[in-house]
Design a protein around this ligand. Structure first.
Ligand code: GLU
Length: 304
């Protein structure tokens, strides 16, 4: 399939429509991004690459990294993980507090902030050097040793991350955080600060299109069944309280981040990353979703 030609045609069509939305500004460093950036990169399971636009520019992957921390924690903790976090769509904003009270400190799923904070806590318990060991996991998975946290963004978020501090404190009060709160927050802010290009992002996530085996590490990261479950969680919970809409329009498992990135998986076929920083009201990339909707329609590549 000539993906490049399809990318071009969709990008041309979208350039005639006003890109609505705002760049995230609640993390001050994120607001400095040029809102007009637009990049796409698709990697097939045969490792053919197709790209367009600003696909080689690094951006903050933010919540997309939560899928990577979940995969690592699932590998280390196994099924016990689900005693600490659920697998249901939350239907609320990514940083909502109120459900935690009714659910006794158990987050609805691992891809909202509360869930990712619990996953961070689990990783801290397992790892000798949590930040270094996690970065190594991501680098090996993607076959790219240059992937880094961004201290500028982590520090900016630490200074303003009061809701995340509230979430972790509330969960600690219910006994669902075992480690020191500051350490959990520091790990979480660093996790979210990882920077990647669309090219790096699509390659990093290729293991989920390959049923759990990283083509770069040439090693199984997750067994088939666990890999299926990660994709299922992305399908149901990957887009905050817009997961149903993404499923409805795009029909692929995926995950977004407030840096404007989206990654989506077509099992046994490809992984695709799109970056466009303007976010809609639900916190997802406006143009990113529009692009993917047209792309899966044009290529008839929804999983449904
Ligand atoms: N670091 C961001 C936060 O905790 C991640 C949000 C996101 O990308 O969903 O608010």
């Amino acid at each position: 399939m000539n993906y490049k030609k399809i990318f071009k045609k969709i990008a041309e069509d979208l350039s005639t429509i006003k890109d609505k939305g705002e760049v995230a500004n609640y993390i001050p460093e994120l607001s400095t991004i040029d809102p007009a950036k637009f990049g796409i990169h698709l990697t097939t399971v045969h490792q053919e690459d197709y790209c367009l636009g600003d696909s080689e520019e690094k951006f903050s992957i933010q919540s997309i990294a939560k899928v990577l921390s979940l995969s690592f924690a699932y590998q280390l903790e196994g099924e016990n993980l689900w005693n600490r976090v659920g697998v249901e769509p939350s239907g609320t904003a990514f940083n909502a507090l109120f459900q935690l009270e009714t659910d006794q400190g158990i987050p609805r799923n691992p891809l909202i902030n509360s869930g990712a904070l619990v996953i961070s806590d689990i990783l801290i318990t397992h790892l000798d050097n949590p930040k270094e060991d996690f970065l190594k996991f991501v680098r090996d998975l993607s076959g790219n040793q240059s992937i880094e946290f961004c201290q500028r963004i982590a520090t900016s978020e630490k200074a303003t991350g009061h809701r995340n501090a509230a979430l972790v404190n509330l969960m600690k009060s219910y006994g669902n955080i075992k480690n020191n709160i500051d350490e959990v927050l520091d790990f979480y802010f660093n996790l979210c600060s990882i920077e990647m290009t669309c090219n790096e992002l699509s390659k990093t996530f290729l293991f989920l299109a390959e049923y759990g085996t990283s083509p770069f590490k040439k090693e199984r990261i997750l067994c088939k069944s666990k890999s299926k479950r990660i994709n299922a969680i992305m399908q149901l919970c990957g887009f905050y309280d817009e997961a149903g809409e993404f499923s409805f329009k795009v029909g692929l498992p995926g995950k977004s981040g407030v840096g404007g990135g989206i990654v989506a998986i077509y099992p046994n076929k490809y992984s695709i990353a799109v970056w466009s920083p303007k976010l809609n009201k639900k916190g997802n990339s406006n143009k990113g979703i529009q692009f993917l909707e047209l792309f899966t329609t044009e290529t008839e590549s929804s999983i449904f």
